[in-house]
Design a protein around this ligand. Sequence first.
Ligand SMILES: Cc1cc2nc3c(=O)[nH]c(=O)nc-3n(C[C@H](O)[C@H](O)[C@H](O)COP(=O)(O)OP(=O)(O)OC[C@H]3O[C@@H](n4cnc5c(N)ncnc54)[C@H](O)[C@@H]3O)c2cc1C
Length: 398
Amino acid sequence: MAVFVDREKCIGCESCVAVCPVGALSMQDGKAAVDAEQCISCGACINECPVEAISREAVVREVKNNEGSDLWVMAELEDSEPVGVTYELLGVTAELAKKAGEKCCAVLIAADAADIPQKLIAAGADKVYVITDSRYADYNTDLYTDAFCQLAEAYKPNAVLFGATADGRDFAPRVAARLHTGLCADCTALDIAAENNIVEWTRPALGGNILATILCDEHRPQMGTVRPKVFKAAAADASRTGEIISFTVQDVKASSVELLHKEALTTSGSIKIEDAEVICSGGRGMGCVDNFKLLEELAALFENGAIAGSRAVVDEGWIGHGQQVGQSGKTVTPKIYFACGISGAIQHISGMNASDIIIAINKDANAPIFKIAQYGIVGDIKEILPKLIAKIKAYKEA
Ligand SMILES: Cc1cc2nc3c(=O)[nH]c(=O)nc-3n(C[C@H](O)[C@H](O)[C@H](O)COP(=O)(O)OP(=O)(O)OC[C@H]3O[C@@H](n4cnc5c(N)ncnc54)[C@H](O)[C@@H]3O)c2cc1C
């Protein structure tokens, strides 16, 4: 948030201009003026001003009833295709838009739009804003932020939803700061108040022990990120029609970052945990990284199986962060979730409790994981897992 100059108090002494380390202050009509894009809110000018004309006070934009309409979803692409969370967000946004009497819109920034706008419309978008340029082939914070913010300034959305993916978590805060609005990160539930179209963003707070519902009622657009797999994607309807609006970005600035090399991250089994139908997940009770071979063997018995784990084992370095399930990892909804040597802390459970079937193996009969598991085996994973693997193998061979 930029600093604020009270022009009534400013005496035009220019001392703030001299002290600003990023050149964000200049004189306009004899008074200091702030370039909000440049300001880093360091406070050097606040300390220097002899008449206390500068403060960090929020410049609260008055939200007029007609300012900001329509709910936007930022479409995220991987290999030139929208990722799953984009469809999930369109599904829930279409419902919210209906309730609010607004349009559900998608924003596509890409090198080539191809048939993606039609896919977004089939998934629930009434309008698709398309920005294309060869420079947008890969996600780039600078270029995408410039493009998105110009579009938002031109069309003034009421709210914008981003996937809480690696790119979305990078992009959304930058956009929110540039547009001087708030951002509710990692939402797990959404609603909208039909009387004033204020979005109700719900997310875990205080270490996951409570769910907080947050409103952004003084700034537009209202913004939030939503975790993949929290909402189900609506079924695609190829008969849907929608408007496709091309937007041209003015004065494209050079990016401060240059992509030199791109390499796909591979995880064990190469199936992403968010896409897996069977997840064999290990916790600290697995004892050591070698014992994860048992989970790999178990996962390999299923067509779409993957291994995952708790934060404890990610911290140990036994698996990668991309395989962490829970509040600060990923939300998963497989058909079967094997929880092996996992105690069942709330932060873990919040990422997997929507699994169809939970099977827990733990040597402590009082472990909280048993409270949410449909099937529980009390025992040592080193004894139980080999037996389970042998049983499933025998069943498959029979
Ligand atoms: C802000 C915040 C965010 C967090 N985010 C996450 C998150 O995203 N994901 C996450 O998982 N955690 C997260 N945590 C950490 C979380 O609170 C727990 O510390 C963590 O989930 C514990 O991991 P665990 O169950 O593997 O280990 P432990 O709690 O140590 O449990 C190990 C379990 O293994 C059992 N066991 C031991 N040996 C054996 C054996 N031989 N055979 C069978 N069972 C055995 C024990 O009985 C015990 O129940 C977060 C915490 C905070 C504060």
